[in-house]
Design a protein. Structure first.
Length: 176
């Protein structure tokens, strides 16, 4: 078991290496899990974790003070989610001149949405409890990946060009 220190407190974390491109930090039920690419040197992973130590500490403490129960998503929320996704796909496919092959809604653990190289978009079921503009932002984000399969400046410019206040909604996803 590895540990990170913040504010004089040691926080244990589990390291998982797999065939992924980026380092991810998950906090699930107060436990810290770091996922990293197989080939990435431990030194770089540790630097990343150290940069995120305040965020890790705050989220672990928040969980300890108020353990979350898994939210039950109501059928009406799922219907609303589907409607907002369909409406957003229709809107942005015309603007961006792109169309995904498939759109799925799944309970994803690692992201709010994803776009595969096969042009399939997956939207996280947990968005069903979020406000409409937040859902629309996630759809736009994934639709922009159909034009730019990365998070380059060009990609973010495309997002901003189509939703100039996207940072407000992006932040709302991180606040939860």
């Amino acid at each position: 078991m590895n540990e990170i220190e913040y504010n004089g407190e040691k926080i244990p974390y589990t390291m998982q290496k797999s065939r992924i491109k980026n380092v991810y930090i998950h906090i699930k039920e107060g436990k810290v899990i770091v996922k990293a690419p197989i080939r990435l040197k431990d030194k770089y992973i540790q630097e990343f974790i150290n940069k995120k130590s305040k965020w890790i500490y705050e989220n672990v403490k928040r969980y300890e003070q108020n353990p979350k129960k898994e939210e039950k998503i109501e059928q009406e929320d799922i219907k609303r989610l589907k409607h907002v996704i369909e409406k957003s796909i229709e809107k942005y496919s015309k603007i961006l001149q792109v169309m995904p092959n498939k759109v799925r809604i799944k309970d994803i653990k690692y992201a709010w949405g994803s776009c595969s190289s096969k042009r399939n978009i997956t939207i996280n079921l947990k968005l069903a409890t979020k406000e409409e503009k937040v859902i629309e932002y996630v759809v736009l984000h994934e639709m922009c990946h159909l034009r730019e399969m990365n998070h380059s400046k060009k990609f973010w410019d495309l997002v901003e060009e189509n939703m100039n206040d996207y940072k407000v909604y992006k932040k709302k996803l991180k606040d939860n």
